[in-house]
Design a protein around this ligand. Structure first.
Ligand code: AMP
Length: 289
């Protein structure tokens, strides 16, 4: 496995790979890798001749300093996992490789208001930071395909918009991969490592409530589902639901009645402590987004 820290070096290398008519798959991550990340890697390895994984904790997408500070870092273990999967290259840049000067952190993207709802509403500037890093990483790694998790469904929708609006010339196909869960249903996340034993146990309530919502969607009103999910998660736990919304999986607009013709997804953010929140979602009807 080749390891790069300089943007120019990996771009040059990938250009030489592409000259050999090999396809390049790219999996962007913030490290502290788990099986969810590795499922993206496996998909990329199946589809592409050459697979690059990036590890970069992107400060511009954090709106909470404490969250950024305590974001888990397990670089040696990450490298070992990627080596075992036979990933071809890993890109671990310094901040200055992604943001070479002050102006590169000031770019503002128009993201079709997809960045204003749910996560965007509660994490000001988050998606602009995501857009900055994804654009830069795409320009550096020049992939044919890039792999993202449905775990961050809003991120996928925003990146898809970014890709269509700003990055057409790169001709990158986005691939969305299903959510991997722990045995009790909790969506895998790097932040799960930060949970205490009690918080970890309580957090299983999140996906349980979402799966119940999935069943209820057939016959119940959106209001009833919302009430159920919030009450169920709050009952006997210290968890706080920040938002629970049933939205169109492509436009992210709220679905007000059970309009079954729309591809629907139930999205949730739960505050565990001041600087620790978990997100999850379930599809309520099939989508091909
Ligand atoms: P992160 O390191 O949290 O930025 O995540 C990197 C990529 O892994 C993103 O595309 C995430 O959506 C994806 N991902 C994170 N958790 C999971 C999961 N439990 N299942 C599948 N993909 C995931």
């Amino acid at each position: 496995m080749k390891r790069f820290s300089e943007a120019k070096a990996i771009t040059d290398y990938i250009k030489s790979i592409k000259k050999q008519n090999k396809t390049v798959g790219f999996v962007p991550t913030m490290g502290a890798l788990h099986d969810g990340h590795l499922s993206l890697v496996e998909n990329a390895l199946q589809d592409c001749d050459f697979v690059v994984v990036s590890i970069f904790v992107n400060p511009t997408q954090f709106n909470n300093e404490a969250d950024l500070k305590k974001y888990p870092k397990t670089i040696d273990a990450d490298l070992e996992l990627l080596r075992k999967k036979s990933v071809d290259a890993v890109f671990i840049p310094e901040y200055s490789e992604i943001y070479p000067d002050e102006s590169s952190t000031q770019v503002r993207f128009e993201l079709g208001n997809l960045d204003k709802v749910m996560e965007g509403k509660y994490r000001q500037g988050h998606f602009n930071g995501v857009a900055m890093v994804v654009k830069r990483l795409f320009e550096i790694t020049l992939p044919d395909k890039a792999y993202f998790g449905q775990k961050d469904i809003q991120q996928f929708v925003v990146v898809n918009y970014l890709n269509n609006k700003y990055l057409q010339h790169l001709n990158i196909e986005l691939v969305k991969c299903p959510i991997l869960r722990e045995s009790d249903g909790l969506a895998m996340s790097s932040r799960n490592r930060l949970l205490t034993k009690e918080q970890r146990k309580e957090s299983a309530r999140i996906s349980k409530a979402l799966f119940e919502a999935q069943k209820m969607y057939e016959n119940c009103s959106i209001q009833n589902i919302e009430n159920f999910v919030k009450n169920d998660i709050h009952e006997n736990t210290k968890l706080q639901v920040e938002y629970f919304e049933i939205v169109n999986a492509e436009s992210l607009q709220k679905i007000e009645n059970n309009d079954k013709s729309q591809p629907a997804v139930a999205c949730i953010a739960v505050i565990v402590t001041d600087s620790l929140r978990l997100i999850d979602n379930v599809l309520l009807s099939p989508i091909n987004a």
